[in-house]
Design a protein around this ligand. Structure first.
Ligand SMILES: Nc1ncnc2c1ncn2[C@@H]1O[C@H](COP(=O)(O)OP(=O)(O)O)[C@@H](O)[C@H]1O
Ligand SMILES: [Mg+2]
Length: 207
């Protein structure tokens, strides 16, 4: 099986469903809450994730096709993307290709934000590179909002991911930012907000 992962919030397994290769994303039920509260929270979260995937698709962003949403079992049945995580691919690619991927990442972020979709965990671990296309996954922490602050947090997380995982090739995050602003001019305001968030972060760390 290609995908098998047990995370804190969800387990993922490759499987076959109606003759298709799929990934089952099943939310892990935490035993410590009230059972019926737990159930409604899980249902809410799955609905949220599914809704954001649809919204992203409508905004022209590649996301896995959803085949079925199974509330009884807390799971989403989706297309298995035959790609590698951008996190793993980026450092192996020759520089021109890596820069092209980064430009696409910037475009994707801009499209999300222009449509008031905040991903919530916008890192290169949640992007799969399949041939030339980037498929965005894991909308479980996402929301629909026009708040600059939330969009800023998305971009701040993305920047941190680049600084920690993709620092070998310099200037890659600059490519992301350039494409972000080029795709959506409002992105300038978001990037200004990021500076504010980072200043706040430094200040808090000093205390
Ligand atoms: N549709 C998919 N196709 C292929 N691999 C996937 C798919 N969805 C998730 N994965 C793999 O499973 C990993 C974890 O999935 P993700 O949705 O990010 O859950 P979480 O990070 O909450 O555990 C991803 O990093 C990716 O490697
Ligand atoms: Mg993830």
């Amino acid at each position: 099986m290609a995908v098998h992962r047990v995370g804190a919030e969800a387990r993922l397994d490759s499987s076959e469903w109606m003759g298709r290769e799929v990934v089952l994303k099943q939310r892990v039920v935490k035993g410590y809450r009230h059972p019926s509260l737990d159930r409604s929270l899980q249902t809410f979260r799955i609905k949220n994730e599914v809704r954001l995937m649809f919204e992203a698709r409508r905004a022209g962003i590649a996301v896995p096709i959803i085949y079925s949403v199974d509330y009884a079992n807390n799971r989403i049945v989706m297309e298995e993307v035959k790609g590698v995580r951008v996190k793993d691919a980026l450092n192996e690619l020759p520089e021109p290709k890596a820069r092209a991927v980064c430009a696409k990442i910037g475009e994707i972020a801009a499209r999300l934000h222009a449509n008031d979709i905040v991903h919530g965990d916008l890192t290169t671990s949640n992007m799969l590179l399949e041939g030339e296309r980037i498929v965005l996954i894991d909308f479980s922490l996402g929301s629909k909002t026009s708040e600059l602050e939330d969009k800023g947090v998305d971009m701040h997380l993305l920047e941190e991911a680049f600084h920690s995982a993709h620092h070998q090739m310099s200037g890659l995050y600059e490519v992301v930012k350039d494409a972000y602003v080029r795709t959506d001019p409002h992105g300038e305001q978001v990037l200004k907000k990021v500076k504010e968030i980072e200043k706040r972060g430094r200040y808090t760390r000093k205390e």
